[in-house]
Design a binder for this molecule. Structure first.
Ligand code: G6P
Length: 593
C-alpha cells in the first residue's frame, strides 16, 4: 500500500526519475500522488489526486535538482485529496517526508505537536504529517536533522518506511520498521523504493533495508545504521534477477492480460527453478506435527487448494486459514508446528502478523513467495520461490498458478514422488501453452458479451474446484465490480438457489474426476431455475449454454479452469469499460491490517 520512490545522484532532472519510478509503483496505490525535488530555491512540491500515469513528464522538466522524493497513495488516514497526498512537510516546508505504513499513535503525537506549535500547523488528516512536524520540533530544540530523524523514529508505533529530505542538508534519510524498503545502487546514483521494479531500468544491485534500520544517503556515499543503537550496519549487496522487460506490458493493453498469457511458460519454469527448494521444504513438512497454510486473498485460495492437494496426493492433514483469522489456530501452535505463509508480495500485513505470533509460540515458519527479499522470506527459516516474475496487475493471476504449482510439487515431494510431480506438471504446462491461444481469448470474449450487463453471477465447483470457484468469483468481482459468489456445488441447495432467476449467469467448474456427475447435477438444478450455464470443463455437456473447453490435465485440470476464469474476469472488466489493472479501492500489496 502506497509506493515510495526517492533518488540521490548526479541527474539534475531527478524529478523525472521520480515520476517514472512512481508510474512503476502505481500498482501499490493510485488514488493520489506527489513529488518533491530539492531545487536551489527550496523544494518544488506537486501533489494531486488521480493517477500519475496520466501526467506528462514535460510538466516537470524545468524543476531541476539532484534529489527527489515521490509517493503514490492508497488512502488510509484521511480521504483522497491533494492535501492528504504525500510528500508532507513541516511549518516552513524546509523538510519533506514520504511514508508507507501506519503510525498507530498519531493521535497522541498530534497532541504533542499541537502543544508546541498550536493546532493550525496541521494541513492534512494523515498520520504521516506528524513525522515532519516532530522532526521540526526536535530541530528547533537544537538537534541535527539526522538526530531529530532518529529521535522521531523511536517515538512512532506501528509500521513504517519513510524517506525525509531537508533543504539545507546534502543527504537524504530513509528508515524502515515494518513496511518494505529497498535501495538500488548504480554508478553515482542511489534509488530508494518500496519495490524494485521502480528502478530496474537503472540497476539490479540492491541493499534490502531490515526492520529497525535507517540509511544516510548522499551523492557519494551510503551508510546504514541501527535505529535504536545508532551503530553502523554492514550490508550485503544482492542482485535482482528479474528483467525490466518482464515487468512491462509487452505490447498488451493491460498487465492483467499480459500476466494471464505469461502462464503459457509459467508452470514449466516454476517447476524447473523450484525443485531443490521444494525437496528441502518437503523434508521439513514431513517432520512437522501440525501444518498450517496461511495467506490472504488469492493466495489464501491457493492455500485452500493446497489443503485439498495435500489430502488427495500426500494424505497429509493441513489446515488452511486466513492470516487475518490466524488467532483461531493459535492455541494449537507449538514447537512442532509448521506455519507456511503463501504470498505473492511477501508483504501482506496480516501474514506478517501471523508469523509474529507463530514465532512467539515457538512454531516454525516457512513461506511460498514470489518477491525475493520480501519481509515474508526474511522472516522464514525456509522459503520456496514460485518464480512467477513481477506481477503488476492488482488481481493476482500468474502468481496464483505458480503457487498452485509449488503446492502440487510439495505434495508429491512429501510422498517421495517429486520427479513424478514434475513430469505431470511439465506435461500440463505444455498442454496449457498449446491451449492458451488468441482463439481461446476471442471465444471467451464472445461469451462475456452475452453476460456483461448482469450484476450477479455465481460460480460452483467441488473438491479442489471449490477454492477455484472462490478464486474465480474474487477475480470477477475485483476487476468487473459484478457481484460474484463462489461456493461448493453441494451448498447450492442450502441457500444460494433462492437467488437464481431467469438468465442469471452461473459458471460451473467441472474436472474429469469422481465429482463430475455431482457438479453436473448441480448445474441441472441451476438450469431448471432459469440460470445461464457457462461450463468450464475438458468437455462440453448438454447442460452448458456456453462451454469453455480446457485440456484434460487430470489432477492439474483446476489450473486450466482457473486460467479460464481469469480470462472471463478480464473481459468482464474490459467489456464493461473498466481498467482491470487498477480496480477501484484496491491495491496490490496490502501492508496494513
Ligand atoms: C491483495 C491483492 C491480491 C492478493 C492479496 C494477497 O488483495 O490484490 O491479488 O492475492 O492481496 O497478497 P499477497 O501479496 O500476500 O499474495
Amino acid at each position: 500500500m502506497c509506493g515510495i520512490f526517492a533518488y540521490v545522484g548526479n541527474d539534475n532532472q531527478s524529478v523525472l526519475k521520480a515520476v517514472r519510478g512512481l508510474k512503476d509503483l502505481e500498482y501499490r496505490g493510485y488514488d493520489s500522488w506527489g513529488v518533491a525535488v530539492k531545487t536551489p530555491q527550496g523544494f518544488f512540491i506537486r501533489k494531486e489526486t488521480g493517477k500519475i500515469s496520466n501526467i506528462p513528464e514535460t510538466d516537470f522538466e524545468k524543476h531541476e535538482g539532484t534529489m527527489s522524493i515521490g509517493h503514490t497513495r492508497w488512502a488510509t488516514h484521511g480521504g483522497v485529496s491533494a492535501y492528504n497526498a504525500h510528500p508532507h512537510f513541516n511549518r516552513d516546508k524546509s523538510l519533506v517526508v514520504v511514508h508507507n505504513g501506519i503510525i498507530e499513535n498519531h493521535d497522541a503525537l498530534r497532541e504533542e505537536i499541537a502543544a508546541v506549535f498550536g493546532n493550525d500547523v496541521f494541513r492534512s488528516e494523515t498520520d504521516t504529517e506528524v513525522i515532519p512536524l516532530l522532526i521540526d520540533i526536535c530541530m528547533e530544540r537544537g538537534l541535527s536533522f539526522e538526530n531529530a530523524f532518529t529521535e522521531v523514529c523511536k517515538k512512532l508505533h506501528g509500521r513504517f518506511a519513510f524517506v525525509a529530505l531537508h533543504k539545507d542538508e546534502p543527504y537524504m534519510l530513509a528508515a524502515r520498521d515494518g513496511s518494505p524498503l529497498v535501495m538500488g545502487l548504480a554508478e553515482g546514483e542511489y534509488f530508494i523504493a518500496s519495490d524494485t521494479p521502480a528502478f530496474l531500468d537503472y540497476t539490479n544491485e540492491v541493499y534490502f533495508f531490515d526492520n529497525g534500520e535507517y540509511a544516510k544517503i548522499s551523492k557519494d556515499a551510503v551508510t546504514f545504521f541501527n535505529l535504536l543503537s545508532g551503530n553502523h550496519v554492514e550490508k550485503k549487496k544482492e542482485k535482482i534477477l528479474w528483467e525490466k522487460e518482464s515487468a512491462s506490458k509487452g505490447g498488451h493493453p493491460h498487465f492483467m492480460l499480459k500476466e494471464i498469457l505469461d502462464q503459457r511458460e509459467l508452470i514449466e519454469n516454476t517447476v524447473r527453478l523450484g525443485g531443490p527448494a521444494v525437496s528441502k521444504a518437503a523434508q521439513t513438512l514431513e517432520k512437522a506435527d501440525n501444518i498450517f497454510f496461511t495467506a490472504m486473498g488469492t493466495a489464501a485460495h491457493m492455500g485452500m487448494v493446497g489443503e485439498y492437494l495435500f489430502s488427495r496426493i500426500a494424505k497429509k492433514s493441513v489446515q488452511a486459514v486466513y492470516a487475518a483469522e490466524f488467532d483461531k489456530v493459535l492455541p494449537f501452535i507449538n514447537k512442532q508446528s509448521l506455519v507456511c505463509g503463501i504470498s505473492q508480495s511477501g508483504e501482506t500485513a496480516d501474514l506478517l502478523e501471523a508469523f509474529k505470533t507463530t514465532k512467539k509460540k515457538g512454531g516454525k515458519i516457512m513461506s511460498v513467495i514470489n518477491v525475493r527479499g520480501s519481509s515474508a522470506e526474511r522472516e522464514s527459516f525456509l522459503s520456496v520461490p514460485v518464480n512467477a516474475g513481477p506481477e503488476r496487475a492488482v488481481a493476482s493471476t500468474k502468481a496464483a498458478t505458480a503457487q498452485f504449482t509449488i503446492l502440487t510439487l510439495l505434495a508429491y515431494a512429501l510422498i517421495g514422488k517429486r520427479m513424478q510431480g514434475e513430469k505431470k506438471l511439465t506435461n500440463a504446462s505444455h498442454a496449457i501453452k498449446k491451449w492458451l491461444t488468441q482463439e481461446l481469448l476471442i471465444h471467451i470474449s464472445h461469451i462475456v458479451e452475452t453476460i456483461k450487463h448482469n450484476e450477479d453471477l455465481y460460480v460452483i465447483g467441488k473438491s479442489v474446484n471449490y477454492p477455484i470457484a472462490l478464486e474465480a468469483a474474487l477475480k470477477i468481482k475485483e476487476v468487473s465490480y459484478i457481484h460474484a459468489e463462489g461456493f461448493a456445488a453441494g451448498e447450492l441447495k442450502h441457500g444460494t438457489l433462492a437467488l437464481i432467476e431467469k438468465g442469471t449467469p452461473c459458471v460451473v467448474l467441472v474436472s474429469n474426476d469422481e465429482y463430475k456427475q455431482d457438479v453436473l447435477n448441480a448445474a441441472q438444478e441451476l438450469k431448471a431455475r432459469g440460470a445461464t450455464i457457462i461450463g468450464i470443463s475438458p468437455e462440453a455437456h448438454p447442460v452448458f449454454d456456453h462451454t469453455i473447453v480446457t485440456p484434460d490435465l487430470e489432477n492439474e485440470t483446476p489450473m486450466a479452469l482457473m486460467i479460464s476464469s481469469q480470462i472471463l474476469a478480464y473481459y468482464l472488466a474490459t467489456l464493461r469499460g473498466l481498467d482491470p489493472d487498477k480496480p477501484r479501492n484496491l491495491a496490490k500489496s496490502v501492508t496494513v491490517k
